[in-house]
Design a protein around this ligand. Structure first.
Ligand SMILES: Nc1nc2c(ncn2[C@@H]2O[C@H](COP(=O)(O)OP(=O)(O)OP(=O)(O)O)[C@@H](O)[C@H]2O)c(=O)[nH]1
Ligand SMILES: O=C([O-])CC(=O)C(=O)O
Ligand SMILES: [Mn+2]
Length: 619
């Protein structure tokens, strides 16, 4: 049996037959034997020089920061302008998620489905073993326990990541409830997810480290049946902060399927209408398509208020009253920097005032950060994300298009008071969206849950810089989960239908598109804060006070139902935003039929029926 196979603690026999504790020194008193034994087994495989058990303390954070300043991984920003904040410059080959190196290793290929890269689990273990063997030589292995969700919440889950990257430790400290509190919740009966991460750059004695160690070979591997994650070769957030996409979406989606809940790529907001009624909304958009922005929206519609609960991931579960309750399992934001400015997302700008790690942004001469869209005009001189001199006359962007900020959620000025309620919040509306230059209207309401699942299943979106690949290319991204669903996507749709059938008060479902363009390639809709006009219509629909118009693709806002006063929008633009072109939609239907065909018999019959009904309505 391979060393990599997850074994019960009692089965671990190290070559030296030493007790596990000797191979995992420093384990805090009371650490679960299952964790200690697993750490020992990973240490004997990866052979780090040292093991450090992370407690999540400020002192530990300071020590790691100091270490990274010494190795050049971090540069301190001007403390007067950006206190306790740092710039990290990644290796040019390691700046985004690598979807073609991301693997779902289920026993059966059909359980991974056509939207995932599948590898046979035994084959993958055999591939990984030599890569991880000795991969932490010359480095420290950090043991990073974390809780996804408030500590002890009935909706939360525990995990432990080992990593040889201090950048990953400090980032996980910002993004999750990390440290001693999480470890204390694990006893020998507790379920926890083991996640192994190595940058894959062992150091020989005397060898100088580089600022951003990584490896040209990358494997981001998930074993859904044994709930394991093995990530090799990258230190970029989406590939290396395993609590986030790898656990809270890919592994958690499988747990959710098995346990009757949903792990989704969704922001959560709390919205209060002018009458004081409170709603909660969850929304799924693909990477770099507006989740963080909507999560921090500042309404332009008078009397409405939006507060932030989460900006990327939602775990949703039916409650005893038949409503859908959601938590944000994270505790921080890993947000896209470019496009984040005082005029577009002032809340994010306020959130990153200090205590923030910026990755692959540009640096100003005064020691602060800059990125495209932060201010209207670029400074006269910058050091770009690669560390080179930059002036506005250059054609290349100063910040990488996927540059990011990492910051604790509690720093967000609009964070809702119930954002970390262990019971979660009741979801009143669900929104699906994508980045579509044409065809898809600004907003449309699903007729019912099944139609809503059809809208989610058929989302398509233009590719962004969040993952390696061709930016702008249109692809199907069902539920904004194409890169994040740990099992067969068609089964995910079936699961949504099943969960919906158990709900007494299912949320209303909508589809939005902030990104429709005119013939000259300009966005038709101003977006950002103005999206509150759409949100107001959505929640007025939930309340039953707004008018809708039936159309072949769903319910559109009736004329005048969305307040457009004060918008710099000519009537022609408004019509174009809502245009439903039957020819384009028939093409869309053909595309969906082809897409569904790739899943064969696994497509739920309800969705095929939705497709056929839509086709009929479009003639
Ligand atoms: N035109 C327009 N652009 C938007 C809007 N909302 C967000 N954007 C831009 O889209 C890009 C990504 O927005 P984010 O809110 O960071 O996207 P995200 O979905 O959180 O992305 P991930 O963190 O990668 O999952 C940024 O450059 C934004 O400025 C909008 O309403 N209209
Ligand atoms: O995971 C990442 O790299 C960042 C992110 O939020 C996404 O791509 O959706
Ligand atoms: Mn985001």
């Amino acid at each position: 049996m391979s060393l990599l196979a997850r074994t019960a603690p009692t089965q671990i026999v190290t070559p030296e037959r030493r007790p596990a504790e000797r191979l995992a020194p420093g384990a805090p008193a009371g650490a679960a034997a299952s964790v200690v034994a697993w750490v020992a087994s990973i240490a004997s495989l990866t052979t780090p020089d040292e093991i450090v058990w992370c407690d999540g303390s400020l002192r530990e954070n300071d020590l790691l920061t100091k270490l990274m300043l010494e190795t050049g991984t971090l540069t301190r920003l001007n403390p007067e302008l950006r206190p306790n904040s740092f710039l990290a410059r990644g290796d040019e080959s390691d700046v985004a998620r690598v979807e073609d190196r991301t693997f779902i290793c289920s026993a059966l290929e059909s359980d991974a489905g056509p939207t995932n890269n599948w590898r046979d689990p035994a084959e993958m273990r055999a591939t990984l073993e030599p890569l991880f063997s000795g991969s932490m030589r010359g480095r420290t292995m950090y043991v990073v326990p974390f809780s996804m969700g408030p500590l002890g919440s009935p909706l939360a889950k525990l995990g432990v990541q080992v990593t040889d990257s201090p950048y990953v430790v400090v980032s996980t400290g910002l993004m999750t409830r990390m440290g001693a509190g999480a470890l204390a919740l694990i006893d020998d009966d507790t379920e926890w997810v083991p996640a192994v991460h190595s940058v894959g750059a062992p150091l020989e004695s005397g060898q100088r480290d580089v600022a951003w160690p990584c490896n040209g070979t990358k494997y981001i591997s998930h074993f859904p049946e044994t709930r394991e994650i093995w990530s090799f070769g990258s230190a970029y957030g989406g590939n290396a902060l395993l609590a986030k996409k790898a656990f809270a979406l890919r592994i958690a989606s499988v747990m959710a399927r098995d346990e009757g809940w949903l792990a989704e790529h969704m922001l959560i907001i709390k919205v209060t209408n002018p009458a004081g009624r409170v709603f909660h909304v969850a929304a799924a958009f693909p990477s770099a398509c507006g989740k963080t922005n909507l999560a921090m929206l500042q309404p332009t519609v008078p009397g409405w208020r939006v507060e932030t609960i989460g900006d990327d991931i939602a775990w949703l579960r039916p409650d005893a009253e038949g409503r859908l309750r959601a938590i944000n399992p994270e505790a921080g934001f890993f947000g896209v920097a470019p496009g984040t400015g005082v005029s577009t997302n002032p809340v994010a700008i306020d959130t990153v005032w200090g205590n923030t790690i910026f990755t692959n942004v540009a640096m100003r001469d005064d020691g602060d950060v800059w990125w495209e869209g932060m201010t209207e005009h670029a400074p006269e001189h910058l050091v770009d994300w690669r560390g080179e001199d930059w002036t506005p006359s250059l054609a290349t962007p100063a910040a990488h298009p996927n540059s990011r900020f990492t910051v604790a959620a509690r720093q967000c000025p609009t964070i809702a008071n119930d954002w970390d309620d262990p019971e979660g919040v009741v979801i009143d509306a669900i929104i699906f969206g994508g980045r579509r230059a044409s065809t898809v209207p600004l907003v449309v309401e699903a007729r019912d849950w099944e139609h809503g699942v059809y809208l989610g299943a058929t989302i398509s979106s233009e590719r962004t810089a969040a993952a390696e690949g061709t930016v702008g290319e249109l692809r199907r991204d069902p539920f904004a989960m194409a890169p994040f669903c740990g099992y067969n996507m068609a089964d995910h749709w079936a699961h949504w239908l099943e969960v919906g059938a158990t709900l007494e008060k299912a949320p209303a479902v909508f589809q939005v598109n902030w990104f429709r363009k005119d013939a000259d390639g300009r966005f038709l809709w101003p977006g950002f804060g103005e999206n509150s006009r759409v949100l107001a219509w959505i929640l007025d629909r939930v309340e039953g006070t707004a008018d809708g118009l039936d159309s072949p693709i769903g319910v559109l806002p009736a004329p005048g139902a969305i307040d457009t006063s004060g918008l710099d929008l000519d009537p022609g633009d408004w019509d174009k935003l809502f245009e439903v072109d039957p020819t384009a939609h028939r093409r869309e239907v053909d595309g969906v039929a082809e897409f569904f065909a790739g899943f064969g018999e696994r497509v739920p019959s309800q969705l095929t029926a939705q497709l056929e009904a839509l086709r009929t309505r479009l003639v």
